[in-house]
Design a protein around this ligand. Structure first.
Ligand code: ASN
Ligand code: ZN
Length: 321
């Protein structure tokens, strides 16, 4: 067993139990799984050593650094959607503390989940702004943690694109939940507000219209396909994980749009059931995932509009079995 796994498990144990030793006698008290997040925000101070300096704890007041405040609130909003909509208690469903570092590196044009925490760059101000600006980007990174603790989708090819798509789906749902938007009202953009002024584009990705988020001299044209006919075969980006995610992203959009109302309710529930249900293999392809969503729609809602919407959504992006 790799050392990191053991460390992760020990850290997990500490969050689940309170261990006290009095006069040489150790007692372990099980903690009730909490309905509150346990957030800590760190300032990496433009270096790459993680996590950096602790600057805000759970319950601590907002300060002057808006990146810190946005990260704290973004983690809170994500925790809240997973709890309120799906009854999930944090990344591991056992109250795992949420840690994030802001001001990572210099002019850093990305954000990521490193297997243990979220990390946000400031952007270089030329192409990208601060990655804590869009709540869906923060939720995207946290969802990588949820995926790691559940289906653990391999970050390559179609399973990697599904991994990316899970992060976009729940990222978008967190944004819609924060804004109180229905599927019809939502913009279905990922990373709106992140592109610097001179970049010709609106966001990083569009679930509604993959391939249309930007068309720019520096960034090039948004390469995302919305159907299997345009699937991109490439060895770059782990087999195009951020590109081909457009296909399952668009399928989710179509299902949510067809069902109407709040997308996190029925469409989100079906996707969540598959991600966490235990039947999704870590090397699943799009068609495996699609089949499981049809089955999940049926077991939760019977032979109704939910199952039909799911079947039609996948068919429209060219995935049938
Ligand atoms: N921002 C990217 C993501 O979360 C970082 C990466 O390429 N893994 O997908
Ligand atoms: Zn991602």
């Amino acid at each position: 067993e790799p050392a990191r796994r053991t460390l992760e498990r020990d850290a997990l144990e500490r969050t689940r139990r309170r261990i006290t030793t009095v006069r040489g006698v150790t007692t372990t008290v099980e903690r009730a799984p909490s309905n509150k997040p346990e957030r800590t925000i760190y300032d990496a101070k433009h270096e790459t050593r993680l996590p950096g300096k602790k600057v805000r704890d759970e319950g601590g007041q907002a300060g002057r650094d808006q990146s810190v405040n946005r990260a704290y609130d973004g983690l809170g909003a994500t925790f809240e959607l997973f709890l309120k909509a799906y009854g999930r208690r944090s990344i591991d469903d056992s109250g795992l503390p949420l840690n994030a570092s802001v001001h990572y590196s210099e002019d850093y044009n990305n954000a990521f989940w490193d297997g243990e925490q979220m990390v946000f760059g400031d952007g270089d101000g030329e192409v990208f702004l601060d990655f804590t600006i869009p709540v869906d980007v923060m939720a995207h990174e946290l969802t990588h943690g949820v995926t790691q603790y559940t289906a653990n989708l391999e970050y390559f090819g179609q399973s990697g694109a599904l991994n990316e798509s899970m992060s976009d789906v729940f990222g978008s749902l967190v944004k819609q939940h924060v804004l109180g938007q229905t599927a019809a009202e939502a913009d279905w953009l990922i990373g709106k507000g992140l592109l610097a002024e001179r970049v010709t584009g609106v966001a990083l990705r569009s679930m509604k219209a993959p391939g249309t988020a930007y068309d720019d001299d520096v960034l090039g044209k948004d390469p995302q396909p919305g159907t299997m006919d345009d699937y991109v075969h490439t060895s770059r980006d782990n087999g195009g994980v951020h590109i081909n995610s457009g296909i399952p992203n668009h399928a989710f959009y179509l299902v949510a749009k067809a069902l109407g109302g709040n997308a996190w309710e029925r469409a989100g529930q079906i996707w969540y059931d598959v991600l966490t249900g235990g039947d999704l293999a870590s090397d699943a392809e799009f068609s495996d995932f699609a089949q499981l969503t049809v089955a999940a729609a049926h077991s939760r809602y019977g032979e109704g509009e939910e199952q039909s919407a799911v079947l039609e959504g996948w068919a429209a992006v060219g995935i049938t079995d």
